[in-house]
Design a protein around this ligand. Structure first.
Ligand code: ADP
Ligand code: ZN
Length: 722
């Protein structure tokens, strides 16, 4: 019992000293306990769930060496650099090193200077290396991406096969197998191949809470993307395209519009590919435009969005690709542009496959992803259901369906127009032609066919073409219209359509949306954007000097916390998540100076950080965030400018100002509301009472905003006798 308590304390202390974290992610602690007891374990957790810590932390508590087997040589260096930055003695051995360097590292291993060794399986399993390892004390084998051992998995690697004999050679050394992707069959296969019959199995939920799943109709995707990117110039993201050609074109177009976007696909030379990947990882380019060839093993923690420019081929692929967003746990977006055109393209491709089984399997996958995109069901629920997990919250809060529930309306008239147009043109045309007739297009073909003389010609001018498209698709989905033919599908009527046309059956349709493309983020993470950007620049400078990826210095999570708490002393700095002893010593002073200078410039007076409650990590203190607004106010900025600088909404800034005024801060609102307007608002407030603002706003009329009213109200409360 006593030793249990001791172990618990030791684990927590190690977590804080080396990694700078105050608490574990789900399952991590249980897994670590099991590993320390020298039992075999199998870990299935999604990307970003924190698998690495499950072997990195125990490695510090073992006497001997922890050997990590990882398939990707290119990424070992970054992983090892990350550990060294935390003060953990780690190394890798692979073909990128010279013989003499390999020898040197072997010596360090022999003299117990290294705790964690990264290797690819083929080198590890070389007889002479195994011989060498036998002479050392190995405490743990951690096999990363362990699904690569299974032929049933989607990344089978023959060299992983050899790992089978590890158990024979090292019968006493515990083995830990980790993966982010394994169906039950693959899982059984891994366990049996590695001979771990008694291993303890840990499976985490596949729910990635910080990812927001959005599906958008693909109408003018380039425009839609740029609209989205405008607000996120500094954020890293991946855009997946189906073909190499579209990768090249899109990357080029983004570059010509001033974005740092690089292409990545299997058709590029290895140098170009590695170079582009490296620049992305080091924040020298924000955007990587890629085919699905990109991503396996990419550890970059601050990918803020993953966009699917084209329809993915399967849900499994889509989940893996979107999974690369938000490894650091911060909010990130997964946007998929959906169009039926893409569906037909993929289908066309599949139908050319000669193997019947393959074709059927591919068609099934396509049906599943279409089902996912088309449905009006919470995206998260469907995704998790695909992995056999039940998600039963009624609103996930982070998908387009839950965020923007679609209103419905009586669409009988619109439906009748469409159906009648199909009928009058002889059920021989596709969607675009029907829409052209409805919207009265001057298309020659219409004139030739004399369809400009029928009753429905031009009868649908009340909606734009894109809206008619949505209506027609919905009618197809709900069975009011039939789509026949593969290559040039034609719209046809059926019994259900006749009920609508002849018997006036009511049709309910999704209410047309306002023409908003992708809404600006509603989530209001209250951190100081300007400071965050300063710290990001500082981080990049240091990273370049040290020739490392910026995230090895600090993750975005740490920078964000610094931009919330404005730490002033080394003691405070140590409380920031991700700051362990090593990083405190190495970077503490320089970051503190930057933060201190910033606070001076903006007159921010931070309060000491209290961390009794480590739970709501990124919840800022109310006082600090209003103080930051006050700083900007004193610089003479307009409300809109303050909002922009701080990455907050105008409404939030106004509420800060209100609070400041009510707390007696000397704030003049003349800059924001001219005095005559103030007077007018004041009269109406006195007249109507200040409790409810909407009658006040109504009385004042369109020209006045809630924000102006709130500011004036705050002023009045301040001078009014209580
Ligand atoms: P995985 O290998 O499962 O995809 P990682 O091991 O790369 O996940 O961890 C994902 C991110 O979470 C990393 O940025 C890591 O530093 C961070 N992390 C891991 N464990 C914790 C923890 N207990 N507290 C805070 N951050 C953590
Ligand atoms: Zn949802």
């Amino acid at each position: 019992m006593k030793s249990e308590v001791k172990r618990h304390d030791l684990i927590h202390k190690t977590l804080h000293t080396y990694f700078g974290y105050t608490s574990f992610y789900p399952l991590q602690e249980d897994i670590i306990h099991e590993v320390i007891k020298q039992n075999d374990v199998f870990v299935l957790m999604p990307t970003g769930a924190g698998k690495s810590l499950c072997y990195q932390l125990p490695s510090l508590l073992f006497d001997g060496l922890t050997v990590v087997i990882s398939p990707l040589i290119a990424l070992m260096k970054d992983q090892v650099d990350g550990l060294i930055a935390d003060g953990i003695p780690a190394a890798f051995i692979n073909s990128s090193l010279s013989y003499s360097e390999i020898d040197r590292r072997k010596q360090s291993l022999s003299s117990h200077e290294i705790k964690i060794l990264y290797m690819a399986p083929e080198r590890l399993m070389m007889p002479e290396f195994l011989q060498f390892l036998r002479g050392l004390k190995v405490s743990l084998f951690a096999i990363d991406e362990s699904h690569c051992i299974s032929e049933w998995g989607h990344d089978f690697r023959p060299e992983y096969r050899q790992l089978k004999i590890l158990r024979e050679i090292f019968p006493k050394v515990p083995v830990m197998a980790l993966t982010a992707t394994a169906t039950p069959t693959v899982q059984r296969d891994i366990i049996s191949q590695l001979r771990l019959p008694d291993c303890k199995i840990f499976t985490a939920s596949f729910n990635r809470k910080n990812l927001c799943y959005l599906i958008k109709q693909k109408e003018n995707p380039y425009h839609q993307i740029v609209q989205y990117l405008k607000e996120r110039k500094n954020d890293s993201g991946i855009i997946y395209c189906q073909s190499r050609k579209s990768v090249e074109e899109l990357a080029e177009r983004l570059r010509s519009d001033g974005y740092r976007a690089l292409p990545y696909h299997a058709g590029l030379s290895t140098e170009v590919r590695t170079g582009n990947q490296e620049r992305f990882i080091r924040d020298d380019a924000e955007i990587i435009v890629a085919t699905i060839a990109f991503g396996m093993g990419i550890d970059k923690p601050n990918v803020r969005y993953v966009i699917h420019y084209d329809l993915p081929k399967s849900i499994e692929g889509y989940y893996q690709e979107t999974g690369r967003a938000g490894r650091d746990g911060l909010k990130s977006d997964c946007i998929l542009f959906f169009s039926y055109g893409d569906k037909f393209k993929i289908e066309h491709f599949i139908l050319q496959k000669t193997d019947e089984n393959e074709r059927q399997a591919a068609l099934k996958q396509l049906r599943e992803i279409i089902n996912y995109c088309e449905g009006n069901v919470c995206r998260r629920r469907l995704l998790l259901a695909y992995f056999g997990e039940v998600f039963d919250e009624s609103n996930c809060g982070h998908c387009d369906v839950c965020l923007e529930p679609k209103e419905r309306f009586d669409g009988t008239i619109a439906a009748q127009k469409i159906l009648s147009c199909i009928y009058r043109t002889g059920e021989r045309f596709g969607m675009n032609y029907i829409i052209d007739v409805l919207t009265g297009s001057k298309n020659q073909k219409i004139a030739q066919n004399h369809h400009d003389t029928i009753k429905t010609y031009g009868a649908g001018k009340e909606y734009p073409k894109s809206q008619w498209q949505s209506f027609i698709r919905e009618l197809i989905r709900s069975g009011y219209v039939q789509l026949d033919g593969d290559q040039y599908p034609v719209l046809r009527l059926n019994n259900k359509s006749r009920d609508v046309l002849l018997h006036n059956e009511q049709v309910s349709l999704t209410k047309p949306e306002e023409p908003i493309l992708i809404r600006k983020d509603k989530r209001d993470e209250e951190y100081d954007r300007t400071l965050f950007d300063c710290l990001r620049t500082l981080r990049k400078t240091i990273a370049d000097q040290e020739e490392m990826p910026p995230y090895v210095i600090f993750h975005d999570t740490s920078l964000k916390e610094m931009s919330i708490y404005y730490p002033q002393s080394l003691q405070d700095f140590r409380k920031i998540s991700g700051v362990g002893e090593q990083k405190l010593q190495k970077y503490g002073e320089i970051f503190l100076k930057e933060i201190g200078d910033y606070c001076k410039q903006y007159h921010i007076q931070p309060k000491p950080i209290s961390r009794k409650d480590p739970e709501p990590r990124l919840k800022p203190s109310k006082t600090l965030t209003t103080q930051a607004t006050l700083g900007f106010y004193r610089q003479g900025l307009a409300i809109g400018e303050i909002a922009q600088n701080r990455g907050l909404t105008i409404t939030t800034i106004v509420s800060h100002l209100e609070r400041l005024i009510l707390e007696g801060e000397d704030i003049s609102i003349d800059r924001f509301v001219v005095p005559e307007r103030q007077l007018h608002i004041r009269h109406v407030l006195e007249d109507q009472g200040a409790e409810f603002l909407s009658p006040v706003k109504e009385k004042l009329g369109e020209g006045y905003s809630y924000e102006e009213i709130r500011l004036v109200r705050a002023k009045m409360n301040k001078v009014m006798p209580r």
